[in-house]
Write a protein that binds this ligand. Structure first.
Ligand code: HEC
Length: 133
């Protein structure tokens, strides 16, 4: 068993870290808590780049500014795409917007080491809740 893990774990880590590749999965994603999600959004300083329509945070101060507001429009985004936007922002970057890329990658960067799964679940609940107010 140990040997199998010793083989499998590095492969999984390599896949998770690879800039290209990956696979679209359809999976159950639990409901989170929007209040805790708002707290996580603040702790992760997502407002440095995003204004949130319908909520109040410190002014974004990314330079150049990021032209992507978060708000009630997200209600039409599937939970899958929302999760993807957070855990793999470079996977799909809007073609028509200036100031969203750094080279080939999204300026949003990589939260995979900074964010717990719980925070991800709750942030998704918070963003979905913006569309239900
Ligand atoms: C350094 C700037 C920056 C920070 C900080 C940042 N983002 Fe983003 N975000 C972007 C950019 C640029 C885009 C658009 C390009 C893309 O889709 O990757 C984006 C797109 C998104 C989208 C998709 C919105 C849409 O309408 O398509 C979501 C959802 C999102 N961010 C959530 C978050 C959350 C949650 C955090 C904090 C954990 C966060 N962002 C932190 C820059 C940032």
């Amino acid at each position: 068993m140990r040997r199998a893990l010793a083989l499998i774990v590095p492969v999984l880590v390599a896949v998770a870290c690879a800039p290209e590749g990956g696979e679209t999965v359809r999976t159950y994603f639990p409901d989170g808590d929007p209040v805790t999600g708002r707290q996580a959004f603040t702790e992760m300083a997502c407002y440095v780049c995003h204004t949130v329509v319908g909520d109040t945070f410190p002014e974004p101060h990314a330079s150049p500014p990021v032209p992507v507001e978060l708000g009630p429009d997200l209600a039409s985004m599937s939970r899958g795409v929302m999760v993807e936007s957070i855990i793999a922002p470079s996977h799909r970057i809007p073609e028509d917007l200036e100031g969203v890329r750094r080279g080939e990658l999204s300026r949003m960067g990589d939260y995979s080491e900074a964010m717990t799964v719980r925070q991800l679940i709750d942030i998704v609940a918070y963003l979905e809740h913006l569309g239900r107010q």
